[in-house]
Design a protein around this ligand. Structure first.
Ligand SMILES: [Zn+2]
Length: 185
């Protein structure tokens, strides 16, 4: 196998799994909020948790919004209390999150919103962030006045590689040398 030999084949295959049309924005939201992941071939247990809270952002300048973040974490924890320890500590997980942002919402970075949410979920819905094998993040913008978060979480089978016949790496790196950080220090 060579890295250059990728074709359009994979792209064509995956897009057929999505719906072509939605009745309204709620229909589209529900579809993506509950999306079954073709990558992880996830299975039960599955949790879909809509949380009616404005997404916040974990920014680089953390001290400024520390109080807000703590309140956000407490609020999320209170909402998911009944789902505490739902996933065991060693399971690989597939997590899909839709951040629904209305017209009044200030635009935020997807990765920073995700960090704030994951801080609240870690140690509650699951034990550790490192269990997440696949993280799917969507910013869903619309022109009405409603903000919330949909968390969809399930067991991931991706790293079991049950779909692989020969569980060996067998590709070449023709002309591409390993990049050593030491050379850039
Ligand atoms: Zn997945």
């Amino acid at each position: 196998m060579d890295w250059e030999k990728h074709t359009d084949e994979n792209i064509k295959r995956e897009t057929t799994l999505l719906k072509k049309e939605y009745l309204d924005l709620s229909d589209k939201l529900i579809f993506f909020g509950q999306i079954s992941c073709p990558i992880c071939k996830g299975e039960f247990p599955i949790k879909t948790i809509p949380i009616r809270i404005k997404p916040i952002s974990k920014q680089a300048t953390q001290s400024k919004n520390k109080e807000l973040r703590k309140a956000f974490e407490r609020a999320i924890r209170s909402k998911i209390a009944k789902d505490r320890d739902f996933f065991n500590k060693t399971q690989d997980l597939c997590v899909s999150v839709v951040f629904v942002m209305g017209k009044e919402s200030r635009d935020k970075d997807l990765d920073n919103m995700s960090k704030a949410l994951m801080d609240a979920l870690e140690g509650n819905l699951f034990e550790n962030d490192s269990q997440i094998a696949h993280l799917n993040l969507i910013k869903f913008k619309h022109e009405e006045n409603e903000d919330y978060i949909i968390v969809n979480i399930r067991k991931s089978n991706f790293n079991k590689h049950e779909d692989v016949i020969n569980k060996k790496l067998n590709h070449t790196w023709a002309g591409r040398e390993m990049i050593l950080l030491e050379d850039f220090l």
